[in-house]
Design a protein around this ligand. Sequence first.
Ligand SMILES: [Zn+2]
Length: 212
Amino acid sequence: MGKGTYSRAIAKALGVPHISTGDILRREVAAGTKLGKAVKGYMERGLLVPDSIINLVVEKRLSQPDCARGFVLDGYPRTLSQARFLESRFPVDVAVLLEAPDDVIVERVSGRLVCPRCGATYHVKWKPPKVPGICDVCGAKLVRRRDDDPEVVRERLRLYRETIRPVVDYYRGLGKLLEFDASIDSREGIPLLLEKLKAFRAARPYAQAVHV
Ligand SMILES: [Zn+2]
């Protein structure tokens, strides 16, 4: 999967902001804002945050000037009602469905480690720190985010597959769905996906939604 890796690379290549609803919500939780307090319980249990909250967050972010020329959304829309909301306010050119087997996803996600002090990210297999469990940058002890625990990831995947089907069908019906096998290494996958996106994009303003 590696949707963060894919969507960041695509945003960079297109010169538009990469917008991860997960990142926005985690920042709010860390900052202890009213929004953060409202979503904390859902996120810790690996559950989907209610559409009404997510839609507001996305609308606020996409209304900012840097999104006027386009954007890449990561992790949104995840439900049919989110997709309909997005399409009514900020219609996208293409929705990318990155696909990979559950085991591949669990291995990737549960291997992630983050530094609680400086925010540096690692992966036990693909980007290990020089000293196991210790941040290269600042020397703090690395942690796995609660929502990256294997059982939390599996539950999130189960919910995800259940809710994503109508979203996939919706974008397919609009002729905006691009399905992509993301189980290959992202170094090969990213140029390939960029090529496919290029072929997909029409001459209209280039809003892009990328989600998994
Ligand atoms: Zn650090």
